[in-house]
Ligand binder design. Structure first.
Ligand SMILES: Nc1ncnc2c1ncn2[C@@H]1O[C@H](COP(=O)(O)OP(=O)(O)OP(=O)(O)O)[C@@H](O)[C@H]1O
Ligand SMILES: [Mg+2]
Length: 290
């Protein structure tokens, strides 16, 4: 066993001895966050480790997905997370969303510890997971019902965001009648409609064609500039990270390798970035880090 693997197993055992270090999904279930623990703002991620365990007939197979992630996303900041496949990006997002417990470490949002899912956060995953028997608008309304948005406001709000993602003609369609990219846009509308403090997006535009992707990127920036949410955005595209974010965080092998400020004026365009010296240098730097 390598020294690092030995250390990680020791950490895991320590975490088992200190169950308070793992979130209890039952606690604070309505908000998904616990009592105020610090005055920090934004998303504070400290010492996050995650080991997945898979039990086979012969042994327990452990995957060390996160090896101590520390990251601060400032309130209302747009941060992109990039890194090779399997480096732990989705795992980080799921832990922030409260859908997964860390093996060790914690996530604190606006001074409150994450204990489980909550309406202060909304997540867009790689695939949208829509209810096939509900129409586009009703899928969004359902999310608003879970988020305890007053009934009188649900339909108007759902329609507003379905229109924002360019599905005005498809309010009454069912997911099975939509293309994969259109379904993904319903997932994005659903997250935006909750109007969360924190928006977690996991390669949300990966399934979209280039033109729709560009439209969705500028729509997201427009919404973010207008409504100023804290956004953590996973992407495989360096250009997308530079186009959208204030800061790009590079992950490798379950930890943060580097944080790079994206010091470019807004509004930005992909065409403009092709000629901008700072953007070219940023792209070169990020490529080197990956
Ligand atoms: N439920 C699970 N059970 C066991 N191992 C898992 C599970 N989910 C993820 N892993 C493992 O954890 C590691 C990190 O996975 P994760 O999905 O966070 O990576 P990622 O950076 O999001 O990758 P991608 O860019 O391909 O989406 C990988 O080695 C993966 O195989
Ligand atoms: Mg992933």
């Amino acid at each position: 066993m390598t020294k690092r693997a030995g250390e990680l197993i020791k950490e895991e055992l320590e975490a088992l001895d200190h169950p308070e270090s793992a979130p209890d999904p039952g606690a604070g279930a309505s908000s998904g966050t616990g009592p105020r623990v610090s005055g920090g703002s934004g998303i504070q991620i400290s010492g996050l480790t995650k080991t997945y365990e898979r039990v086979t007939r012969k042994e327990i197979v452990r995957t060390h997905a996160l090896n101590g992630v520390d990251l601060h996303v400032r309130s209302k900041e747009f941060v992109s997370l990039i890194g090779p496949s399997g480096c732990g990006k989705t795992t980080v997002l799921k832990i922030i969303a409260g859908l997964l417990s860390p093996t060790k470490g914690e996530v604190v949002i606006e001074g409150r510890r994450v204990m489980g899912p909550g309406t202060d956060r909304a997540t867009v995953f790689q695939s949208p997971g829509l209810m096939p028997w509900k129409s586009v608008v009703d899928n969004v309304i359902l999310a608003l019902e879970f988020a305890e948005v007053p009934k009188s406001q649900r339909r108007a709000r759902a329609i507003k965001y379905v229109d924002v993602v360019g599905l005005r003609e498809f309010h009454d369609h069912f997911p099975g009648e939509l293309s994969g990219g259109m379904q993904q846009r319903v997932g994005i509308a659903r997250a935006l409609a909750i109007e969360p403090q924190v928006l977690l997006m996991d390669e949300p535009f990966g399934a979209l064609d280039a033109m729709t992707r560009a439209q969705m990127q500028s729509e997201l920036v427009r919404i973010w500039e207008h409504e100023r949410r804290t956004v953590l955005f996973v992407t495989h595209s360096i250009d997308e990270a530079i186009l959208l974010s204030d800061r790009t965080v590079v992950m490798t092998d379950g930890s943060i390798r580097e944080e790079v400020e994206v010091d470019l004026e807004r509004p930005r365009t992909l065409e403009g970035m092709l000629e901008d010296k700072k953007a070219i240098e940023l792209r070169r730097r990020l490529l080197e880090l990956l």
